[in-house]
Ligand binder design. Structure first.
Ligand code: AG3
Length: 279
């Protein structure tokens, strides 16, 4: 039998291909197509509208890096909001922090949560923690209803197309800012610097107008477009590049990527990336 391959187009002229052992789930919600396939190289993988969201083998890099730099930069993070992230990986990392009293997950698509719980237990495992409040709702509406409510807000979105598009607008950034407490820190996944350079530049230009401090940082993620991923942290109080890194507040956990020295280093940018965020 011919080998089954999963392919995602990263651009019209570049794609990633992973050989598939088994196709496990394929349903379409009112928002998007949700698939889970088991690959030979990366284990089980979640896809939304044909785009890789996470794989069992490399998801730790993304989830540790979207959560720990912000949570370790905040002097006392108690209430955390995650927008998107229905697979649960960001939640799993947030609840490692002992001081965190509540994690609210606002995911627009219940099918993402359902498929992840069923097929990706090592990623979705944090969703049942008593500190976690899951809301299947629109992030925009939730932010309006929860002004000044969170210490850290994490936007674990898809690409700026389809349901994720609005999560890259100035209007949305303003709402995120308003939902943060004084001293709060916000963090966004901000795409690949080679294929999405304009998205990064525009996002930073907008965020610089709203927050006193912004910082871009990087982590390599083999299954994402371009293999290199960026994240953006912003705050009025904490300078992401120079602020104190609070160590030792996590349960002694087997983190596979994050450590405080790497946290500092992740903000050191290659020249072509630095140019994207230099005013
Ligand atoms: N969110 C960012 C995924 C973007 C990947 N893009 C792509 N494959 N075209 C991932 C959500 C994980 N919690």
């Amino acid at each position: 039998m011919a080998q089954d391959w999963y392919r995602e187009n990263h651009t019209p002229h570049a794609q990633i291909a992973l050989s598939v052992r088994q196709r496990l789930f394929d349903q379409t919600s009112e928002f998007q197509r949700v698939e889970v396939v088991e690959t030979d190289e990366y284990g089980k993988m979640l896809l939304l509208d044909g785009c890789v969201m996470c794989t069992e083998r490399d998801e730790f890099i993304y989830h540790e890096m979207i959560i720990h730099p912000a949570l370790c930069s905040h002097p006392n993070p108690r209430d955390v909001l995650i927008i998107g992230g229905g697979d649960g990986g960001s939640v799993r990392e947030a609840i490692r922090h002992r001081g965190v009293k509540s994690v609210t997950l606002v995911e627009i698509d219940a099918l993402v949560i359902e498929a992840s719980r069923r097929f990706l237990p090592s990623i979705a495992c944090g969703l049942d923690d008593p500190r976690v409040d899951i809301r299947v709702a629109d992030g925009f509406v939730h932010l309006d209803d929860h002004q000044g409510a969170y210490d850290v807000i994490v936007v674990d979105s898809t690409d700026p197309v389809g349901p994720g598009e609005v999560l890259f607008t100035e209007d949305f950034f303003k709402k995120v800012k308003r939902a943060a407490r004084p001293g709060g820190i916000v963090v966004f996944q901000s795409e690949n610097p080679m294929y999405y350079s304009e998205v990064i530049t525009k996002m930073h230009r907008t965020l610089r107008g709203l927050f006193s401090h912004t910082g871009l940082y990087l982590a390599p993620i083999p299954t994402y477009p371009g293999g290199l991923w960026s994240f953006t942290m912003a705050s009025d109080e904490v300078n992401p590049l120079t602020g104190k890194i609070f160590e030792g507040r996590m349960d002694p956990a087997p983190l596979k990527y994050y450590n405080p020295k790497l946290h500092r280093g992740a903000f050191l940018l290659p020249n072509y990336v630095k140019a994207l965020v230099t005013p």
